[in-house]
Ligand binder design. Structure first.
Ligand SMILES: N[C@H](CCC[C@H](N)C(=O)O)C(=O)O
Length: 278
């Protein structure tokens, strides 16, 4: 089985594009292929499938075998893959996901996609647990406790659940310890992606992330979107901000015109290969 290895700011994926529908053993495939010692190694396994509603369909399986509703970095990779490999040779296309149809705009240089803009749709605000939707004028920061330490989070869904926690300095925060504890907290019956964010200015933040189903990653597109929504709602940031991640930067805007969140960032194809293991 042929595959293509891609990433969005170091959030890396195995792209498989020759199934008509999601294989029944997709979760097992993800666990084996994403293993960084006995497999190819990746944060997720991404299936590029035909769609009757969009130019292409994306299904994303985390490294632990759980399926996610949405994945911002993977949507950029899938859009690039579709253009570069001739599935949808156009600079504005649509990607069907479990979170809905995503509009995508491509920047092409030397016949290859270098930058991708995605309409990630409108956010849903959660709290005091996820997924308990609340109105926007309700309390935004919700308390959450782990091992005797209390944090406050803003719950935001971009189709997948995020708990955004503002801290003094995200760069030296113990993401492994607290992210792994909070991902599976009882307030998050479907688990959650945990973002730790420090605000540099109203238009610039540092974000580190512990992702549901794969641990700490170099970048999280939906997490960056959730971060700017949480920052704007709590008065910490503007609705447009540059999110600095371990693997690079994402430009995020939560537009007032349509309440949608727009994300601009790169996508990279690294290598192709053939999977030989049973
Ligand atoms: N682990 C996430 C899916 C991947 C999201 C992230 N890689 C992104 O770029 O949005 C979840 O289970 O919701």
């Amino acid at each position: 089985m042929n595959f293509t290895k891609m990433n969005g700011l170091g959030n890396d994926f195995i792209i498989v594009a020759h199934f008509e529908t999601l294989p029944e053993n997709a979760s097992d495939m993800a666990r084996v292929m994403c293993d960084r010692h006995f497999g190819i190694g990746a944060d997720g396994l991404v299936f590029v499938l035909p769609s009757d509603k969009a130019d292409v369909c994306m299904r994303i399986i985390n490294a632990d075998g759980s399926e996610a509703e949405q994945c911002g970095n993977a949507v950029r990779c899938v859009a690039k893959y579709a253009y570069d490999h001739g599935i949808a040779r156009k600079e504005a296309l649509t990607v069907e996901t479990l979170a809905g149809i995503q509009r995508v705009w491509l920047t092409v240089e030397n016949e290859k996609v270098s930058l991708v803009k995605v309409d990630m749709g409108a956010p849903i605000l959660y709290g005091p647990s996820i997924p308990v939707a609340i109105d926007r004028e309700q309390v935004i920061d919700h308390p959450i406790e782990a091992e005797g330490k209390t944090f406050s989070f803003t719950g935001v869904s971009m189709g997948n659940p995020h708990a955004v926690i503002f801290v003094d300095n995200a760069l030296d925060f113990d993401v492994e310890k607290w992210g792994s504890l909070l991902e599976k907290h009882s307030l998050f019956p479907n688990k959650a992606n945990i973002e730790f964010v420090s605000v540099t200015s109203p238009q610039e933040v540092e974000m580190r992330v512990w992702e549901r189903g794969c641990g700490q990653t170099f970048a999280c597109g939906t997490g960056a979107c959730a971060t700017v929504v949480a920052g704007a709602l709590t008065g910490r940031t503007n609705r447009r901000a540059l999110v600095h991640l371990k693997g690079g930067d994402l430009e995020i805007e939560w537009a007032e015109t349509d309440d949608h969140v727009y994300m601009i960032g790169p996508a990279e194809e690294v290598f192709t290969g053939t999977w030989c293991k049973r």
